[in-house]
Design a protein around this ligand. Structure first.
Ligand code: PGA
Length: 244
């Protein structure tokens, strides 16, 4: 039985007062049946960890360096994240693939760096609209996932996967539950073939998940929760999705 996991991806949003209000709203709504986590900007990790300590709500980062340490100005290592009690690190978000030229191999190296320090990578995969319209969805997500499976090898079953069609992120245009389920089934089969533990692994859906569509998406057999952007910034919306 896979437990539903709902992760808020705050992206580059927030401020100390806004975060305090948001986290207070999430904490007040406990307990949740689902596992719940928030991935916050690096600078807010310390305060987030302090605020959530002792609760079952987890916290994580939105990226991690592939390097262990050294002359990498501006980078944050997995060892540093683990010092702050990070449970998760998002890697390979499409915004980083597109705007920071992150390749499949780099994403895989980041996933490995996270795992080596006990931080669970949430590995994002997803096709652009052009790729979907030209019938390449399956090939693209399988290629993206395959790089990570290869690199993590016998540890691949430790990751969380997030399917995020690029055309659905921040656009208000969600994949239909059937469209999302079809891709999740492909990813699960790939994970099962590679690790033998695909049935136990969590595959999240991300891309314009809102309180009014979350339940339909999460009801699909291979959708194990969500990676939530915009709707994770309002406690009432995020809580409604965690309860969906
Ligand atoms: P969205 O973002 O929910 O605002 O579409 C999801 C994500 O990018 O993780």
């Amino acid at each position: 039985m896979r437990r539903t996991l709902v992760v808020g991806n705050w992206k580059m949003h927030g401020s100390r007062p806004a975060n305090a209000e948001l986290l207070a709203g999430v904490l007040a709504a406990r307990p949740f049946l689902a596992d719940v986590a928030v991935c916050v900007p690096f600078v807010y990790l310390n305060e987030t960890a302090a605020t959530l300590a002792g609760s079952e709500v987890r916290w994580g980062a939105q990226d991690v360096s592939q390097h262990a340490q050294g002359p990498h100005t501006g980078e944050i290592s997995a060892a540093m994240l683990s010092e702050f009690g990070c449970r998760y690190a998002i890697v390979g978000h499409s915004e980083r693939r597109a705007h920071h030229a992150e390749s499949d191999d780099l994403v895989a190296a980041k996933a490995q760096a996270a795992l080596s320090r006990g931080v669970t990578p949430i590995v994002c995969v997803g096709e652009t609209l052009a790729e979907r319209e030209s019938g390449q969805t399956e090939a693209v997500v399988k290629r993206q996932l395959s790089a990570v499976i290869h690199t993590l090898a016998h540890c691949a079953a430790e990751m969380v996967v997030a399917y995020e069609p690029v055309w659905a992120i921040g656009t208000g245009r969600t994949a239909s539950p059937e469209q999302a389920q079809a891709v999740h089934a492909v990813l699960r089969a790939q994970l099962q073939a590679a690790t033998g533990r695909g049935d136990a692994m969590r595959i999240l859906y991300g891309g314009s998940v809102k309180p009014d569509n979350a339940a339909m998406l999460f009801a699909q057999p291979d959708i194990d929760g969500g990676l939530i952007g915009g709707a994770a910034l309002k406690a009432a919306d995020f809580v409604a999705i965690c309860r969906a």
